[in-house]
Design a binder for this molecule. Structure first.
Ligand SMILES: [Zn+2]
Length: 77
């Protein structure tokens, strides 16, 4: 991510625009990070321990409709 940003900044000749572009890219990156974080922060119910846990606590499973295993990481050990 940093190298891509550096490349774009390095190849842009105008000084003022460089910072504008860098700021815009940083804003976009932050926005995506926040989106990902809010998705991870959503809760999902684990029937095994009968607890609502953040989705980050569940393993991925692309065959399931929500893309996550039914049981949390803790219960799958
Ligand atoms: Zn559980």
């Amino acid at each position: 991510m940093t190298s891509t940003l550096d490349q774009i900044v390095a190849h842009h000749p105008d000084h003022e625009d460089r910072y504008e572009i860098a700021a815009r890219i940083r804003g976009e990156v932050l926005r995506r990070v926040r989106q990902a974080q809010s998705r991870e922060a959503e809760l999902k119910h684990c029937p095994a321990c009968d607890t609502d846990k953040p989705k980050a606590e569940f393993h991925r499973d692309d065959s399931r409709p929500d893309g996550l295993k039914a049981h949390c990481k803790e219960c799958r050990r």
